[in-house]
Design a protein around this ligand. Structure first.
Ligand SMILES: *Cc1c(COP(=O)(O)O)cnc(C)c1O
Length: 367
């Protein structure tokens, strides 16, 4: 008997996630110096990690012989204070990606449906399919989630609705009013998953807490990977009612978040200066990129996050051209947008180099 006949069929049909290419891989493939390569592919923080986070991580590293605090007590208390919620309303994950999977463990069975926009964060679909549920994909309108269309896609079989705002890969956001109206209109049998990976980049992020207080079935997901610059340490969190947070805590592994990540995340929460600097650099970078794309005649999607979509035509060719020049960006073919690239907003210098490389490629296109 072949091994594949023994395997859960959802595993065999599971699509493969294509992450941004690591700098080391590109350096090896193209014979480039890794130090000269700029990665603008995964919406990482171009300023590096939060310095307070790094200092705390170093300290935690020296006690690596000990198991981490499985309950993430310190981090949950800090988050509770920050958001004026109770510690029991939080669940900490190995990145918010793990929380997406935990939601699958808690809620999804074969035959269930999950409503999501497309293009949106691909992990929603991967998790849905992994649990044998059906992904109901609702096309974005003008690169933005159409909440009426999402509502119309809900059936008696719908268990979860995923909404990222700002959305990845488009960078577009839905307003706080739109979102609360949508949530208040959801039927009783649906759980609303609000992915706020980029919420800290918004001037007025929607507030889920009144909806939680009303007893709505909602969970907010946030991450230390983006604005806090701690992507490699894998820490994200969910906040919801105590009941919902408790369900996710029940299905996670006892030590799902390592101690270095926990310490770094707790310290980074206090790094207001770093967060502010990141926001400032990002806002300036968005302006710089928009102006640059305009002068190259490349269409772009208005973004409220730390990345932008731009339309280049032959996305694969431009991706390769940029890579040869030591710039890693994200081709959008896996998202069904082969004419587009997604670029992370970098520092002023990095953005300038990206624009210079794009200019060269645009020149090649004209010959
Ligand atoms: C980056 C990102 C995440 C965060 O993932 P982590 O696992 O916390 O690193 C979640 N959702 C979206 C939409 C993202 O772009």
């Amino acid at each position: 008997m072949t091994l594949s006949r023994l395997v859960n069929p959802s595993v065999l049909s599971q699509p493969v996630y294509e992450p941004g290419k690591p700098i080391e891989d590109v350096a090896r493939e193209l014979g480039l110096d890794p130090a000269g390569i700029i990665k603008l592919a995964s919406n990482e923080n171009p300023l590096g990690p939060s310095p307070l986070g790094v200092a705390a991580a170093m300290k935690a590293l020296s006690q690596s012989e000990l198991y981490p605090d499985g309950g993430c007590v310190v981090l949950r208390q800090k988050l509770a204070d920050r958001h004026s919620l109770a510690p029991a309303q939080f669940v900490i994950g190995n990145g918010s990606n793990e929380l997406l999977e935990l939601l699958g463990h808690v809620f999804l069975r074969p035959g269930d449906e999950v409503v999501m926009g497309t293009p949106a964060f691909i992990v929603y679909k991967l998790v849905t399919l992994l649990f044998g549920a059906r992904a109901v994909e609702v096309p974005l309108v003008n690169h933005r989630h159409d909440l009426n269309a999402l509502a119309a896609a809900i059936t008696p079989r719908t268990k979860l609705v995923f909404l990222p705002s700002p959305n990845n890969p488009t960078g577009t956001a839905n307003s706080a009013e739109e979102i609360s109206t949508f949530v208040r209109g959801l039927p009783e049998h649906v759980v609303f998953v609000f992915d706020e990976a980029y919420a800290e980049f918004l001037d007025n992020p929607p507030d889920l807490r009144p909806l939680i207080a009303e007893g709505r079935k909602v969970i907010g997901l946030r991450t230390f990977s983006k604005i806090y610059g701690l992507a490699s340490l894998r820490v994200g969190y969910g906040y919801a009612s105590e009941e919902l947070a408790g369900l996710l805590n029940r299905v996670r592994q006892p030590f799902n978040v390592n101690a270095i990540g926990q310490a770094a995340a707790a310290a980074a929460l206090d790094d207001a200066e770093f967060v502010m600097r990141t926001r400032t650099v990002n806002a300036a970078g968005l302006c710089q990129l928009k102006a640059g794309f305009d002068s190259l005649g490349l269409p772009w999607v208005p973004s409220e996050a730390n990345f932008m979509l731009l339309k280049v035509g032959d996305g694969a060719r431009w991706f390769t051209g940029l890579q040869k020049r030591g710039m890693i960006v994200r081709p959008m073919k896996p998202y069904g947008m082969p004419e587009w690239l997604r670029v992370t907003v970098g520092t002023e210098t990095q953005n300038a180099r990206l624009l210079a490389c794009l200019k060269e490629l645009a020149g090649e296109d004209r010959v």
